[in-house]
Design a protein around this ligand. Structure first.
Ligand SMILES: Cc1cc2nc3c(=O)[nH]c(=O)nc-3n(C[C@H](O)[C@H](O)[C@H](O)COP(=O)(O)OP(=O)(O)OC[C@H]3O[C@@H](n4cnc5c(N)ncnc54)[C@H](O)[C@@H]3O)c2cc1C
Length: 480
């Protein structure tokens, strides 16, 4: 089934690529009109609040998407899956929201171009990443009978800055422009083992990229940094730089089905010591896809064995929609209670504290650490840098409290146990609230807290969400 879906996806991409950019733009405009007509049909008094019609089992994220089990007004955006333009002068790729990361790199990498940030899994979508916690981009937004183009310096700049982390609760995204950067054919990866206690591991991670940070050209700073912590005493830090094709360079392909998963491959540095290798750029971008980071291991515990890799791994990884569609609710709930998949954003100087905390309270390994830069914007966005940054189960809920106290953030695709009050302690709701009122999302779209919170919605909660007239994100009432 997975293979069939992969082939259908690929054929769909080929079909779309055979169309001229002009034809794709024409279809895009028609689809925007269809979306407007669909929205006009909505009766706010009985139809529920607007969200995309994407099925919960198709998305990559871990949460139950409980809001789709209650009354809602779905808008089908599945036709928005085309790359509309690659502008080599402005260095942007213009694409529709359901374009996947793998789809973009398949087209841009042969041109020696790539989005400035490429989240690793092939299946992650532009719309999900912009409205969630991934990419940043100029975007055209479709709101209540109004299509606007929001950029960082036009009259809708407030909306442009409010969208990341808003989870599609400010409007529907129909198109986005993503910044492209010129890339070279290969990545030179350096695998460096780091051993010691948690403080040593954190120091090894920070030393790998902060030393040369801020030098004028940033030339010495690695293009990519990640650390995989295998246990409290052992980690491998992987830094990479782009490299052009050179005759003497021995290139390793990690993309073949029989090759070990990237996390296992990197782990060999713990035994053999530091090593360097060259990998084709696209394989490097999507290095964690075959193992879905480490999520394949609990799903198919023997999938990393050599015999399985040689005989059957060509069928891997299974499509996420198939995994989710064949999962019973009890298994899903068991998974949520017994399994941890959380992405946390913590200030760099708190990395060691966060790792200590996670070890003490959860003891879940491996842990993946990578840098994420927060910029100071003209608006205070939902996720914002720590003040003064220029100079420097119950477990889930404990972890969330720790994050609030330490100015950290929890991504919303994961399972959240935050109360509404604590949610707005973690995130800044000022700009978000203003944009919800200004762009008439109140009463039309769900609130980001309603969408993110765990658990099936009761009829009372649905009614409250629908009937809210004026709302303040800084809810003073604790509903927990
Ligand atoms: C194993 C694993 C690995 C991951 N790796 C990464 C990673 O490397 N980098 C990273 O950034 N994230 C990563 N994530 C998290 C990922 O960012 C989230 O799952 C994210 O929400 C994207 O998923 P999706 O594309 O399926 O979007 P969805 O889950 O479908 O959408 C996310 C949100 O955006 C809204 N939305 C989507 N499209 C639109 C639209 N057109 N208009 C309005 N709202 C919209 C949805 O309603 C939803 O609230 C990972 C998650 C897992 C489970």
């Amino acid at each position: 089934m997975s293979l069939t879906l992969y082939i259908l996806d690929y054929l769909g991409e080929l079909k779309s690529q055979r169309k001229s950019f002009k034809q794709r733009q024409k279809e895009h405009d028609e689809n925007v009109m269809k979306t407007i007509i669909r929205l006009k049909k909505r009766n706010p008094l009985k139809d529920g609040l607007i969200c995309t019609a994407r099925k919960p089992w198709v998305t990559v994220g871990m949460r139950n998407v409980d809001y789709k089990r209650a009354r809602h007004f779905p808008v089908d955006l599945s036709a928005f899956c085309k790359i509309l333009e690659i502008d080599h002068v402005r260095m942007v790729v213009k694409c529709e929201p359901f374009v996947k990361m793998g789809q973009i790199t398949r087209v841009t990498v042969p041109m020696n171009l790539a989005p400035a940030v490429v989240p690793e899994l092939d299946n992650l979508t532009v719309g999900g990443l912009i409205n969630g916690s991934g990419l940043e981009g100029g975007s055209h937004l479709h709101g209540k009978e109004q299509v606007v183009r929001a950029t960082k310096d036009n009259e809708y700049s407030d909306l442009f800055y409010a969208i990341p982390w808003s989870q599609g609760t400010l409007g529907l995204l129909t198109c986005a422009e993503i910044k492209l950067i010129a890339i070279k054919e290969y990545m030179k990866l350096t695998y460096k083992p780091v051993k010691g206690d948690i403080t040593d591991l954190s120091k090894g991670y920070m030393d790998s990229f902060t030393h040369d940070f801020g030098d004028e050209s940033n030339k010495k700073v690695p293009d990519f940094v990640e650390m995989i912590i295998y246990n409290p005493n052992e980690a491998v830090c992987i830094t990479s730089k782009e490299e052009a094709k050179r005759n003497h360079t021995k290139v390793i392909s990690i993309g073949w089905w029989f090759k070990p998963w990237f996390c296992q491959h990197a782990q060999t540095a713990l035994k053999k010591g530091e090593f360097v290798e060259y990998i084709p750029a696209r394989e490097s971008y999507h290095r964690h896809t075959p193992s879905y980071s480490w999520e394949m291991k609990p799903i198919l515990p023997f999938a990393d064995q050599w015999w399985f890799r040689f005989l059957l791994d060509w069928m891997m990884p299974p499509k996420i929609p198939i995994l989710k569609a064949t999962q019973f609710e009890s298994i899903r709930n068991y998974y949520h209670d017994m399994h941890v998949l959380q992405d946390l954003l913590v200030p760099l100087h708190k990395v060691s504290d966060a790792l200590e905390w996670a070890h003490r309270e959860m003891e879940v390994y491996p842990i993946w650490v990578c840098p994420h830069r927060l910029y100071k914007h003209p608006y205070k966005t939902m996720v914002y840098p720590e003040p003064g940054f220029e100079q420097q189960s119950r477990q889930v809920s404990n972890m969330e409290q720790w994050l609030i106290e330490n100015h950290g953030f929890e991504t919303q695709h994961a399972v959240s146990e935050l109360s509404e009050k604590d949610f707005w302690k973690m995130f800044d709701g000022e700009l978000y609230g203003k944009c919800r009122r200004k762009y008439e999302a109140v009463g039309n779209f769900m609130t980001v807290y309603y969408k993110s919170k765990k658990g099936r919605k009761t009829e009372k909660e649905v009614q409250e969400a629908e009937n809210v007239g004026v709302e303040t994100p800084y809810a003073q009432v604790d509903h927990s």
